[in-house]
Design a protein around this ligand. Structure first.
Ligand code: PLP
Length: 345
């Protein structure tokens, strides 16, 4: 059976010239963020902090997100906060295509899964009548499709969640990389745990810092989980997080422009050869290849370009996901197009 983590390790050991596989931005972390971390270390800020996070960081997040500090918790990447919510639920609903780190931990923890499939033909919009789960995971802007649900559609789903008393985990890590209006789920429904992070907008993947915004009882549950697992995020990383949020508007302007430009470039190059949804946000393009996506990805690897096959995101055999995270993107896209044309010829 295909395992995305094994495939990633395989790509990493080959280390192809043009990497369009993982969600690892090529844009450098701003040097002011690095300096802040270094200066903190030089001050010997090397001990534990309170588990929910440094007051300064929680306050800054609260200010940026327009919530109270008590509704914020800092975690070691958003992934662990997501896993802690999955662990608490019994039956989990996922809208597919989906990021693997919902399905894999759910299976690992022996949870029941309900997958709501969507299609390119229907603009990646889910049709849901009954949820019948206790946790619904929403990920908009979406990895891998780049889709943002229209507010009305989101509202419709959240009304069902409210009717059935379902908690919603809104993974909004890409909500700062948008090219269209975006409505956070918590604006429309109270029972939402929102997770966000620093990995994408600020390229701070290896810092391992993210956060959640939720009602106090959910914050307490996440706190308990972190207390018995990671204890806290290192102080110097949290200081870097404060700096990142201080310069967020400036970074956002620059970074969104870069990704929007790349999405436009990719759409222009691939249009006519592949079918895809033009992304509303994120830095991904989920492309229908018309052939087996895994074989296609293997073929691309031979040509020095890495992408993920669609099966990494659910039952999407004839898709690949292209991460628009390389300065050699144009070259990579041309190779992808050539391989497709050769496959047909
Ligand atoms: N959520 C989604 C949808 C992602 O694509 C990713 C990273 O690829 C994450 C969360 C992980 O974020 P973090 O680095 O904060 O754990």
């Amino acid at each position: 059976m295909f395992n995305v983590y094994e495939f990633f390790n395989k790509i990493s050991s080959i280390n192809p010239e043009i990497r369009l596989d993982a969600g690892q931005p090529d844009i450098k972390v701003d040097e002011r963020i690095i300096e802040e971390a270094v200066n903190s270390l030089k001050r010997y800020e090397t001990g534990y902090t309170k588990t929910p996070g440094l007051d300064e960081l929680r306050e800054k997040i609260a200010e940026v997100e327009g919530v109270e500090k008590e509704n914020v918790i800092v975690g070691n990447g958003s992934k662990i906060l997501i896993a802690s919510q999955i662990l608490r639920a019994k039956r989990i609903g996922i809208i597919s295509p989906h990021w693997q780190a919902y399905e894999s931990p759910a299976k690992m923890f022996g949870k029941e899964l309900r997958i709501f499939k969507t299609s390119l033909e229907e603009g990646w919009e889910p049709k849901i009548e009954r949820l019948n789960v206790d946790l619904l995971i929403l990920n908009y802007p979406n990895n891998p499709t780049g889709k943002i649900l229209p507010r009305e559609k989101l509202k419709e789903i959240l009304e069902i969640a409210e009717d059935e008393n379902v908690k919603v985990l809104a993974d909004e890590i890409y909500s700062d990389i948008t090219f269209k209006p975006f409505t956070p789920a918590r604006e429309l429904y109270d029972n939402v745990v929102t997770v966000k992070g620093f990995s994408k907008l600020f390229s701070m993947t290896g810092f391992r810092v993210g956060y959640a915004i939720a009602q106090r009882e959910d914050i307490k549950a996440m706190q308990k989980f972190l207390e018995v697992t990671t204890t806290c995020v290192p102080i110097f990383i949290q200081r870097a997080g404060v700096k990142a949020l201080e310069i967020r508007d400036e970074i956002k302007k620059r970074v969104v422009r870069i990704y929007e430009e790349r999405a436009r470039l990719a759409s222009r190059i691939l249009k006519g050869t592949f079918e895809f949804y033009k992304p509303d946000g994120t830095f991904y393009l989920f492309v229908k290849t018309g052939v087996d996506g895994l074989s296609f990805a293997e073929k691309l690897l031979e040509k020095g370009v890495s992408v993920f096959p669609g099966i990494a995101f659910g039952d999407y055999r004839d898709f690949i996901r292209i991460s628009l995270v390389s300065s050699r993107l144009e070259e990579g896209l041309k190779i992808i197009k050539e391989v497709k044309l050769c496959a047909l010829g």
